[in-house]
Design a protein around this ligand. Sequence first.
Ligand SMILES: [Zn+2]
Ligand SMILES: [Zn+2]
Length: 254
Amino acid sequence: MISAGQLAMLILIGVIGHVMALIWYLADKRRLELCQDRIYDLPITDKQVRRELRNSIHTPIHAVLLYGCLLLGSFQNTSWLSFVLSLALTFIWAEIWHYVSHRLFHIPQLHWIHAEHHRSRLNSPVTAISFSFTEKLVFDAGILGALVLVDRIYSLNFYGIAAWYVGYLIINSFSHANYEIKSRSFQKFSGKVLTSATYHALHHSRYTGNYGLGTRFMDRLLKTEWDDYVPLYEQIKGARKPLTHLKERAEKST
Ligand SMILES: [Zn+2]
Ligand SMILES: [Zn+2]
């Protein structure tokens, strides 16, 4: 039996990805301020969006697997301390697991798992929820499987983990926008640690590099970051010059 609060969180996790896709679609259509700084000035076809919408049917798997953990008796701690620690642990582990599994998805033998997400060379409002079923299954099994094991040693809090999922689905929709919504000064401060829409757009357009989820930490450690990412960010955000072809590189500075 789960509580009304837990049910509400599971429903939120099940639908928030689509709600965010709808918000981006409307923002794009109405040319809201959010959509001022386009990353790639290239057309996105309706065919791509329709394909991504079909794939998005898998998105509620996050909520289903989290519900499964509750049924197994996991994540029952109700303290604030456990909430904070569960949120922090999920954040750190998801950064590592996403990076490792993402790199593995790019080796030829495993690429079939990830190929569907990469059919989108440009990011549309729906790309953030367009994955194969297997990719989402591996993503969640890695995150929740490790947390279930930790839960046997130190009892984790459901809401801390659920809050991470909600944050992930919202931030991932920003990361897949074809618009850079971070500030011009972003690269001077938090941008040294955090990723951006431009960061992930380069992964889609160039197919490799910039594998990280919310932070640049793993890419920097393992030297997989595109070296012209920051100049391109400055071009898009500072000079307000969007990129005009998928292989575009930053002009060499003298
Ligand atoms: Zn990839
Ligand atoms: Zn992506």
